[in-house]
Design a protein around this ligand. Sequence first.
Ligand code: CUA
Length: 353
Amino acid sequence: MTWGRMPSCAPVANRRWPGESGTRPKLATCATMLFSLASAFGQQSSLAPGGTHASQIKSLGVFFFWLLGIIFLIVIAIAVASIFQRGQSTQDEAAQRRLKTAIAGASVLTILILFGLVVVSVGVGKEISAPGGRGNELVVEVTGNQWWWFVRYLNDDPTRIVVTANELHIPVGRPVLIRGLSNDVIHSFWVPGLQGKRDLIPSRVTTQWIETNEPGRYRGQCAEFCGLQHAHMALWTVAEPESQFQQWIGTQLRPGAAPSDDLQQRGQEVFLSHACVLCHSIQGTTANGQVGPDLTHFGSRLSIAAGTLPNNKGNLAGWIADPQNIKPGTRMATVPLDPTDMQPLLEYLESLQ
Ligand code: CUA
């Protein structure tokens, strides 16, 4: 197999996300693209709220939609009626008076409705940005980078700080405070199924509360144009029951899994002897780069390249062989590899659960 072919075919052939239902067709047809789009909307939609904040935003949106929709229909009906009444005299005094009263009434009503919408909108805005802490909150630092998310679970005990990338795990029913930062330009943290948008601004900390009431996966997306690959800056939020979440934290606190066979052993040697270590860390090894995502538990993550591709060996091979082909402009370097080193490297990285 020639790895040089991978970038063109692998990303398309393996674009099904873990957990998606349905049989994966062999070729990426228009129909499957539409299917992926539809399922992505289901997992990334403010119309499918997974928590109280998003529910309030949805209710506000639905209220605006119906109220403004009805007003629109009334305006159109009046406009159509006025066309049919053209030519009827408005010269007599009584008709003039009726017209003036109608215009004045409509003006006052418009002002009252707009004012009411502002009050309702500000009220919901205040509610969803109110501190949601009840003393049991989880504090997570999310830092935007071109073009990936650095995620750090803060803890008073420094040995219990968890670091990961492009994926957020949260316990169901517990408030989570997102502390937003940026390392370069302005990004915006937005998980539509859980909350509204919050900008991540260099040298400033912004905060946002999220809380979910049902387990599930919620796709998030950078919502502020931040450069060429802004559209490929996504992250997954995995909401799970508290016990499962604690189990996940426990796993994340462990160093990277040791190679369990010769192939993985060779893969680790390849990783540690190439430029990969200049940017990436794997706890428990000598790899301590701080520029790119920490890979200690890479194999357990849902996606590669910040939500660009589902995490599997085929996509990973394409990504390593030619990152610029998949994400032009990415800072992920193309590391020259001997073709025989690719398979061991894939086996090793995917074994990092
Ligand atoms: Cu980061 Cu757009």
